[in-house]
Design a protein around this ligand. Structure first.
Ligand code: ADP
Ligand code: MG
Length: 565
């Protein structure tokens, strides 16, 4: 800002030198003074150039640094927020905060703030000089100023909501395109390309209409704001020109005055624009700090101790879980004691709360009521990282990062040796297909690499969980994408991996359940029975129904994703 002001000082000095110095020198016929003045003008012009370059580099650096710092802070903070926050947030919304909003802040810091202070200072300085030269002409020249600022403000007020709506519709359009790409299998499988295209077309049309609205506002106001200062110019020419003809003021004074007046038009317009940038930056800052000021709801208490040593005794006491958002409770009054090293199967219809129950063990959510304890410690009182290092969780949709297979397997334990990685892969029945890949364990998979089948992905995910050597192992439908033969083969590996750990297995196939010592039956968020598989088969019709036949849940139509998997 200091550089900007100094450059601005030169901008004001130059017309002063021209009018009071050069023009007067010409009138007086003083050639030496004229040369001196021209020299001074050139020095001032070069100084202004240098100062402006410095100002631009410094401002660019500061604003970029602020943007980069904020972006990292937002990312780091997002990573710390609890899972529930992501359940409730739209990906597109979060992404726009990290990009569009940050950009608005950078523009304001890099340009808006400097332009604003520079313009205000220019107007003030030029105004003072003009008043010194001739107060009456100055009043005339400044007459349209309030009108210009008023119009500029009106313009901002109309264009800002219009621009915001444009942003909103850009986000809709992006979401549309993203959904079609992510869901391309469903689109193609049902031959709905035309339908997707029509929906996209609709979003395109809505964006076009809104962009036109915003363009019309721009088309009207920009020339208007440009034209207003000419009122002042005309008045000054009329009155001032008359005064020169009358000999009331001399030509040097008048031309100085005139140059200062021409200098006003730009800055007056800029003040309005900079105010608009400020408004946008403040709105963007509010949205950003909504994320940044959010305390992670699920953090460890300061100085919380690590999870105590133990064999993995799990105990749930009167546990209820309500995800909020007007949904019914997912779990009600669950009491469950699991001895260390027990292999427990959870069986129940879709949506009965099996995944919710195991999510509580890794403290992905906190129970609404009751307590969850592992080895006697309430999970809310122990250090979160120490807890999660002791728990491995394999879910039915196994996410792999765009990285090598080896790095995906060692994700939970970066220090694992290649031998350990291979052993985990062998236990998970994954080593055979991995070794057949072009680069073996160094093959890059995921979005920008080789595409693995659902069953292959699941086996990599299982290997990842086994390598972590957890106290509590959770397999949530972890073998759902495997064929019966592969599942049979994986059983031996899993049985070996389960030894000495408390294991929760979710799945309906009898072959999966037979890995367990005991079965818990869950219906509508409640535990309704517990016993060995044979006991339950003898006394529970629902259990027979859920585990019978193909092993699929016969009471529920399979979900779309399951059909296509
Ligand atoms: P299951 O694993 O037995 O199929 P879940 O535990 O996934 O059942 O779901 C139990 C209930 O909780 C369902 O009604 C489901 O809609 C709801 N639910 C599951 N996960 C969430 C979540 N992240 N946010 C809100 N509701 C959820
Ligand atoms: Mg589930």
């Amino acid at each position: 800002m200091i550089f900007a002001w100094m450059a601005m000082g030169m901008t004001v000095l130059i017309p002063w030198l021209v009018g009071q110095g050069a023009v007067n020198a010409i009138q007086d016929g003083d050639e030496e003074r004229l040369l001196l003045m021209v020299g001074a003008i050139m020095v001032a012009a070069v100084l202004r150039l240098v100062l402006t370059v410095i100002r631009r580099v410094v401002a660019g650096r500061v604003s970029l640094a602020v943007e980069f710092d904020l972006r990292q802070e937002v990312y780091a903070h997002l990573m710390k927020l609890e899972l529930g926050f992501f359940d409730r947030s739209q990906t597109g919304q979060l992404m726009s905060r990290a990009t569009v909003d940050l950009q608005a802040i950078r523009f304001f810091l890099g340009y808006g703030l400097i332009f604003f202070s520079q313009s205000v200072l220019t107007v003030a300085l030029a105004g003072v000089v003009m008043f010194v030269i001739n107060p009456w002409l100055a009043l005339l020249a400044l007459a349209p100023a309030p009108l210009i600022v008023f119009t500029a403000l009106r313009f901002t007020r109309q264009s800002r909501p219009a621009m915001q709506e444009v942003q909103q519709r850009v986000a809709e359009l992006t979401a549309q395109a993203e959904e079609s790409v992510v869901g391309i299998r469903v689109v193609k499988a049902f031959a709905r390309e035309d339908h997707q295209f029509e929906r996209f077309q609709g979003a395109v049309d809505r964006l076009f209409d809104q962009s036109m609205t915003s363009t019309r506002i721009l088309a009207f106001f920009t020339p208007l704001i440009g034209a207003l200062p000419q009122i002042g110019t005309a008045l000054v020419l009329l009155v001032g020109g008359h005064a020169v003809l009358n000999g009331t003021i001399d030509l040097g004074q008048f031309s100085t005055f005139y140059m200062f007046m021409l200098m006003l038009a730009g800055p007056l317009r800029t003040v309005g624009m900079a105010l608009g940038m400020g408004q946008r930056a403040i709105a963007a800052g509010n949205r950003l700090f909504e994320v940044l000021d959010r305390d992670p709801e699920l953090g460890s208490k300061p100085g919380a101790p690590a999870l105590p040593e133990g064999g993995g005794r799990v105990s749930l006491k009167g546990v209820s879980l309500d995800y909020g958002a007007g949904m019914p409770e997912a779990l009600h009054g669950i009491d469950l004691e699991v001895e260390p090293g027990t292999r427990l199967a959870l069986v129940g219809p879709s949506g009965s709360g099996k995944s919710s129950l195991v999510a509580l063990l890794a403290r992905l959510y906190d129970p609404t009521a009751g307590t969850v304890e592992i080895d006697g410690a309430d999970l809310r009182d122990v250090d979160l990282a120490s807890l999660r290092h002791q728990i491995s969780y394999v879910s039915d949709d196994s996410f792999l990062f765009s990285d090598t297979i080896a790095n995906n397997i060692s994700y939970a334990r970066a220090d694992a040796t290649p031998e350990e990685i291979e052993r985990a892969a062998r236990l998970a029945q994954a080593s055979e297909f991995i070794e057949a890949l072009p680069d073996g364990y160094e093959t890059v998979v995921g979005e920008r690499g080789l595409t693995l089948s659902g069953g292959q992905r699941q086996r990599v995910a299982i290997a990842r969980a086994l390598l972590a050597d957890p106290r509590v192992l959770i397999l949530d439908d972890a073998t759902s994408s495997l064929d019966a033969t592969t599942e049979q083969r994986i059983r031996a590996g899993l049985a070996e991996a389960m030894a000495g750990r408390t294991t929760f297995v979710i799945g309906h196939r009898l072959s999966t359940i037979s890995l367990a010592d005991e079965v818990v039956l869950i219906e509508d968020g409640r535990i309704t029975d517990r016993g060995t598989s044979d006991e339950l088969a003898a006394r529970s019709g629902l259990y027979r129904e859920l585990t019978g036949g193909s092993g699929e849940d016969p009471r529920f139509v399979p979900e779309e994703s399951e059909v296509l998997a």
